[in-house]
Design a protein around this ligand. Structure first.
Ligand SMILES: [Zn+2]
Length: 317
């Protein structure tokens, strides 16, 4: 697939439920250094041509957790920042162990670090994020992969403080690591059916199976580990054969439960029971060989479905 796209965004819904990746245009380079200029009329005090403060002016607190994680925030307490850093560093170590990455990124990936940007509230997020990152704000936060093939590209996660916490940061951080170490190319290079703006992946997309079950499932699996009560609760419903979950995508075969909860269950099942198959799929996804990846998954067909249902039954007990 031609690699014409620039920015990976993961949109999170305003509730805790995560929604689809979105794509944005030209995203990250839009950090203007505009100063605030407010003209005030003598009669109405109406602001004219107001320019917002720059991202550096608004997100003044910058903390480098390590060489691959920076947290930039408006009003996070030092305690919160340190706690978040420690969690992410532990998660990063675990990711490298689980996937035996040897710290070797996929070919052409220059996303050496992720910067997590936190506004102090949804109101501040809505006020500034579009100007600072050229992204929509009708969501709970976004991951911007940018142009990983370009030297100097900087992956950004943009969100706001909710209920005192940094929601979804772990999930987003796994997207960053998965994108850098397990999946070749930018978002539009992969297998899904999302053509939404602000950036638009080419249409039509490739046929099924897609890669959404893995992308979202592994983010949930690594973020939650074995402790994901919402997913485990619905496991007993045995709603989908595993073979059907491989066709999960964003616009079709979608829905919050299917994408995140069932994605989690599918990835956990594969990691626990068919690690050899996961390894074969990772060899292909790291090369961006999506035709090979699809052929591999089609060869699995329904062979694991019965074992999957049994596993679900045991999990839900
Ligand atoms: Zn996600």
């Amino acid at each position: 697939m031609k690699n014409t796209n620039k920015t990976l965004l993961t949109a999170l819904s305003a509730s805790f439920a995560l929604v689809a990746y979105l794509i944005a245009d030209s995203a990250i380079a839009n950090e203007t250094s505009a100063s605030t200029q407010v003209k005030v009329t003598t009669q109405s005090k109406v602001a004219v041509n107001e320019q917002l403060p720059s991202v550096e002016q608004v997100l003044q607190q910058v903390h480098h957790c390590n060489k691959s994680i920076t947290i930039r925030s408006q009003a996070l307490s030092p305690d919160k920042v340190i706690t978040a850093c420690n969690e992410l560093i532990a998660q990063e170590d675990r990711f490298h162990q689980v996937f035996n990455t040897r710290n070797k990124p996929v070919h052409g990936d220059n996303n050496t670090s992720l910067r997590a940007n936190f506004y102090s509230s949804n109101a501040e997020y809505v006020k500034y994020a579009t100007e600072h990152f050229n992204m929509p704000t009708n969501n709970g936060g976004m991951y911007l992969e940018g142009y990983p093939e370009r030297p100097g590209n900087h992956a950004e996660f943009v969100a706001y403080k909710r209920n005192g916490g940094l929601w979804n940061l772990s999930h987003e951080y796994i997207h960053y690591l998965d994108g850098r170490f397990n999946r070749y190319g930018d978002y539009c290079n992969g297998l899904h059916d999302d053509h939404a703006g602000p950036e638009f992946c080419p249409t039509p997309n490739l046929s099924y199976p897609h890669g959404v079950w893995w992308s979202e499932g592994v983010a949930e699996y690594m973020a939650w580990g074995n402790n994901n009560p919402k997913a485990i609760t619905i496991a007993s419903k045995k709603k989908y054969p595993l073979s059907e979950l491989f066709n999960t995508s964003y616009n079709n075969n979608n829905g919050s439960d299917r994408v995140y909860r069932w994605g989690y269950l599918a990835v956990r099942f594969m990691m626990e029971n068919h690690r050899d198959k996961v390894e074969k799929s990772l060899v292909l996804s790291r090369q961006g060989d999506w035709v090979g990846y699809q052929a591999l998954m089609r060869s699995w067909s329904t062979s694991m479905d019965q074992q999957w249902f049994t596993w679900l039954e045991n999990l839900a007990e």
